[in-house]
Design a protein. Structure first.
Length: 156
């Protein structure tokens, strides 16, 4: 069995070639299959076949990642939400519908839900919290964490 970066053998059914394809695409999603094939000493057809399999199996999803600052969003925040326990999943589904929401997870611990939002400015963030979040039945309390600087951003 092959070893992966994390030291686990054959994680998720992926072999070393699959992992190396994913690593190359993580660095630059537009890397040509021929270039990856040269790096791995295999044929471009093999890379294309494995890439298609990785997409079909749900290991890879191709999307465009935009820069929120360039798109005009000046206020980015993580917001912790406490809910009425029995309404937690219902609240999560409703919050996820807002355009400002780019990431949402249900958690254990201090908050029931963590949500990342991009807003045009601080006034827009205030409107989002007061008019959108607090309009949802089951939202008890929120705490906002304004993002000052992104130090590391990785898409695993």
């Amino acid at each position: 069995m092959t070893e992966t970066r994390a030291g686990n053998s054959n994680v998720g059914g992926l072999d070393e070639i699959d992992q190396q394809i994913l690593d190359a695409l993580r660095l630059d999603g537009r890397t040509p299959f021929a270039q990856i094939a040269d790096q791995l000493s295999v044929s471009p057809g093999m890379i294309r076949m494995r890439y298609n399999r990785l997409v079909e199996m749900g290991f890879v999803k191709v999307v465009a990642i935009t820069n929120p600052l360039r798109m005009g969003y000046k206020a980015m925040a993580m917001i912790g939400i406490r809910t009425d326990g029995q309404k937690m999943l219902e609240v999560a589904e409703k919050v996820a519908e807002f355009d400002e929401v780019v990431y949402l997870i249900v958690t254990s611990g201090r908050f029931d839900i963590l949500v990342e939002v991009f807003c045009v400015d601080h006034a827009d963030l205030l409107r989002f919290i007061t008019e959108n979040l607090y309009s949802i039945d089951g939202v008890r309390e929120t705490e906002s964490f304004i993002q000052l600087k992104i130090v590391k951003e990785v898409y695993f």
